[in-house]
Write a protein that binds this ligand. Structure first.
Ligand SMILES: Nc1ncnc2c1ncn2[C@@H]1O[C@H](COP(=O)(O)OP(=O)(O)OP(=O)(O)O)[C@@H](O)[C@H]1O
Length: 267
């Protein structure tokens, strides 16, 4: 009989894709975020809710390095994002959309989408100057951008300018632009804002499908409760810069502190 002992089960320590640790953000006398912590696990859609001024956008801005937290850490796959300069965050795998559409109106759908892929350009500055390898990379980027537009049902608009297109269409284009950077973490800032009821439902479905197809982890800031509760695996609720509750959509909807934060009175 073998003397080898049975393999012991190793302790499994999971590293969250996004791990926000005790983040505090102050603007002079205003505390926008106070010692806020939460995790988004791999493949999770994590909804972030809270009344106006709760600090949701400030938190987004800390994760995407627009703001420098006063203290705390923001880890992406275990690596502190705050150690990296803002311009490297996209390259590390973080992409975001904006409340007020961060698109270039005079550029075509294809060009706008390709703009999201630039952080991954491998040609390098010197090679770019010498035009070495740039043409091939450009072709690859165009093909990838076109495939994304196709996936989002925008292929027929590839050579149209973004200006004057319907808002719902531009929201999809912004999603294409964010995905062009091949992110692991996709941060969506009020994607349902300004959309019709039907468009919100479609967008929710699309976000879930893209999460599955591309293996994304998604953080979703949204006031549209139907969308948040419909597609999130987990919901994090904030009020006055603090986390007040964390749980499944069903748990959060009846959480007394969440109800109080929204209604202003205890449930
Ligand atoms: N650049 C800034 N300078 C000063 N105060 C700021 C700044 N950005 C945000 N704040 C303050 O921080 C707090 C949180 O604001 P934030 O915009 O993050 O909230 P929010 O939850 O995203 O709100 P909304 O749902 O209305 O977008 C507010 O009191 C806001 O006034």
């Amino acid at each position: 009989m073998s003397t080898l002992s049975r393999p012991t089960r190793q302790a499994v320590t999971t590293v969250a894709v996004l791990d926000v640790r005790e983040v505090t953000l102050r603007f002079g006398g205003i505390t926008a975020l106070e010692s806020l912590s939460f995790r988004a696990e791999s493949g999770e859609i994590c909804g972030l809710i809270g009344p106006n001024g709760a600090g949701k956008t400030s938190l987004f801005n800390c994760i995407s390095r627009v703001y420098q937290p006063t203290s705390g850490e923001v880890l992406l796959d275990g690596r502190n994002l705050l150690d990296s300069p803002a311009h490297q965050v996209a390259r590390l795998g973080v992409a975001r959309t904006f409340q007020n559409l961060g698109l270039f109106p005079t550029m075509t759908f294809l060009e706008n989408t390709m703009a999201g892929a630039h952080p991954h350009g491998r040609a390098g500055f010197l090679r770019s100057l010498l035009r070495l390898g740039v043409a091939r990379e450009d072709r690859e980027m165009r093909a990838q951008a076109f495939a994304l537009l196709e996936r989002l049902g925008l292929a027929e608009l590839a050579f149209e300018k973004a200006a004057d297109q319907p808002y719902g269409t531009l929201k999809r284009l912004e999603l294409a632009r964010a995905l062009a950077g091949s992110p692991k973490l996709l941060m969506l800032d009020e994607p349902a804002g300004g959309l019709t009821h039907g468009e919100v439902h479609e967008l929710g479905e699309l976000i879930r499908e893209l999460r599955d197809e591309l293996g994304l982890t998604v953080v979703l800031v949204e006031h549209h409760m139907g969308m948040v509760m419909g597609i999130s695996d987990k919901v994090v609720a904030m009020s006055f810069g603090k986390l007040i509750a964390e749980g499944t959509p069903a748990e959060i909807q009846v959480h007394p502190e969440v109800v109080t934060a929204y209604l202003g009175t205890p449930a």
